[in-house]
Structure formats: structure tokens, C-alpha cells
Design a protein. Structure first.
Length: 314
């Protein structure tokens, strides 16, 4: 019988887990010819998330759990879930029901045809989201698709169903600084997109603050584009020619009118402009250097504190 592994990253989601479990069980009951395993990854939660998941596992053999020693982030949780999954197909979804489980049967029907290795989802709107946050999100997708050769669909979710061979390809990319939306696209394979209306959380509050999303977007840009590095060089070249033109202009004006080459305000403005651009360029270089530094350490993406998944279960 075909097995689907459902990977569910959780961080402080004690309220949302029981609601999600009822919905995913309902969906699984509608697919009698498919077996399921539900892998909940407790990403260092500080509430009762771990105990809630353990209680589910005691009453349902299909429920597996992985508890991290601390919070390693959603990227590490998704990677751990895929690494410990046994299914022929792998589903990644959030526990807050913003990724509707009711789409799984449709995704399975599409992927089992053999024409696709991935059935991915995207939001067709951002209703219920703060306008500023939505504007920055749209700007990010436009920017990343202009400066990167890896296409990332606007509104793309991590919610998707993948074949085992695609999941194995993703697992082979064991880089420390991960941006899964880019990795999903970079590995290739035929992907079908399903759009749906934005859905509000079933319970609890989002763990993604504006600052966390901003840092995540920087990871995506640095991880899948070297254009910022080229931009630093381009700014240096432009400033060089601007300075040459400025020097010629000042000399000519001094020869024609005299006494016009003096004045500290203009000098300060030039110093601030050049200094600011230099700091910007150094900052861009620092971002790439910091990512390289972390990669060379070869630290693990996660550390498991407890799990009910045995090695022979994989």
C-alpha cells in the first residue's frame, strides 16, 4: 500500500495541534487505499507542545514525533522530518491549518499520475494580512525573481506533496543556510501549482514576526543570487566616474569664477555619500562571508532530544 508521510513542524503550537490532528485524520479516512504517518517535529517549543504530541502518539501508531534540544528553526524541522520519513510521497504542511488538509486527496490524484514529482500550493491573495507585510512580501518575490536564476512563485507555500526521489534530492543538499522555497525550485522536477484563498490560523499566534521574515528574505537573496556582490562593484565603478566628473567640474568652475572650490558642506555630503556606499558594500560582503563561515563549521542542522521513530522504521 502506498504511504504518505505528513511532516508538521511545530513551535509553541499546543492549541493548534489537536485541531490539526482532527482535520488530518478526517482527510486520511477519505483515502482508504493509502496509509499515513504523521511526523510532528517539535522545534524546541516552550509550551506543552511536546506533551500534546506524545499523547497523540500513545493513542495512534501513525503519529511519530521528533523533539529538538532547542529551537533550530522551521528549515531544520522540515529537513529532519524528510530525513526520518518512510513514505513514498512526502507532504510538508503547517499545523495552523493555513495549509488545508482537504487538498491532500487532490494532490495525491495529481502526483500518482506520474506526470509530476511535486504538487505545490500558492496563495492567490493575502487577505487578512497586514498591508505593509503584504507589500514587502510582493516586493521580495519581484526582487528575487529579477536577480536570481531560480524562479520562486509569488505566494508559494511550503505546503506541497513530493515524490520520494525529489525528497531525496532535497536531502542531498545538506547546506546549513537553507531557504527551502529556493531549494524546492532549484532541484527541478515537474511541478504543478494549486492556488487557494488565504486562510487564517486555526489557533494561536504566528511565530513569524516582520523582522524574522526580513532576515529569512535576506537568506533567500544571499543563498540564490550573487547579484548584490556585482552591485557593490558596479556602485564603486559609478562613483569613480562621478568623482572624476565632479573634479573636472570643480576645476573648470574655479578657473572661470574663482573661489568656488571651497566649502565644507559639499565636502561633508560627498564624504557621507561615499562612506555610506562603502559601508553598504562591506555589509553585503559580510553577509556572504558570514554564510560561508557558518557553512565551513559544518554544524548539524538540528539535534534530537527525543523521538519515537526507530531506525528500522525508516
Amino acid at each position: 500500500m502506498t504511504m504518505i508521510s505528513v511532516i508538521v513542524p511545530c513551535y509553541n503550537e499546543e492549541q493548534a495541534i489537536p485541531i490539526f490532528y482532527r482535520e488530518i485524520i478526517k482527510t486520511a479516512s477519505e483515502m482508504p487505499n493509502v496509509s499515513f504517518e504523521f511526523i510532528f517535529v517539535n522545534d524546541g517549543s516552550k509550551d506543552e507542545t511536546e506533551n500534546v504530541i506524545r499523547a497523540l502518539a500513545e493513542n495512534d501508531d501513525r503519529v511519530k514525533y521528533i523533539s529538538f534540544s532547542r529551537n533550530f528553526g522551521k528549515e531544520g524541522a522540515m529537513y529532519a522530518g524528510m530525513q526520518h520519513s518512510s513514505g513514498d510521497f512526502i507532504v510538508i504542511m503547517d499545523v495552523d491549518l493555513q495549509d488545508p488538509p482537504a487538498l491532500i486527496p487532490r494532490m495525491y490524484d495529481d502526483i500518482k499520475s506520474g506526470n509530476y514529482d511535486c504538487i505545490a500550493t500558492r496563495r492567490v491573495n493575502r487577505s487578512g494580512e497586514a498591508p505593509i507585510r503584504s507589500a514587502f512580501a510582493r516586493a521580495f518575490y519581484k526582487l528575487i525573481n529579477h536577480i536570481s536564476q531560480t524562479e520562486i512563485v509569488d505566494g508559494a507555500r511550503d505546503f506541497r506533496m513530493m515524490s520520494r526521489r525529489m525528497a531525496d534530492s532535497i536531502l542531498s543538499m545538506c547546506e546549513y543556510n537553507r531557504f527551502s522555497k529556493g531549494i524546492f525550485s532549484w532541484v527541478g522536477f515537474n511541478t504543478k501549482w494549486i492556488g487557494y484563498e488565504n486562510i487564517n490560523r486555526s489557533a494561536g499566534e504566528t511565530k513569524w514576526s516582520f523582522w524574522k521574515l526580513f532576515k529569512y528574505s535576506i537568506d533567500g537573496i544571499v543563498g540564490f543570487s550573487t547579484v548584490p556582490l556585482a552591485l557593490s562593484s558596479l556602485m564603486g565603478i559609478i562613483l569613480f566616474f562621478v568623482s572624476i566628473v565632479g573634479i573636472i567640474f570643480i576645476i573648470v568652475r574655479q578657473l572661470l569664477y574663482g573661489g568656488s572650490a571651497f566649502g565644507w558642506p559639499s565636502m561633508i555630503c560627498v564624504i557621507l555619500l561615499v562612506g555610506g556606499l562603502q559601508l553598504l558594500s562591506i555589509g553585503i560582503l559580510g553577509q556572504y562571508l558570514s554564510k560561508t563561515y557558518l557553512e565551513t563549521k559544518r554544524r548539524p542542522l538540528y539535534i534530537i532530544k527525543d523521538t519515537n521513530i526507530r531506525k528500522d522504521d525508516k
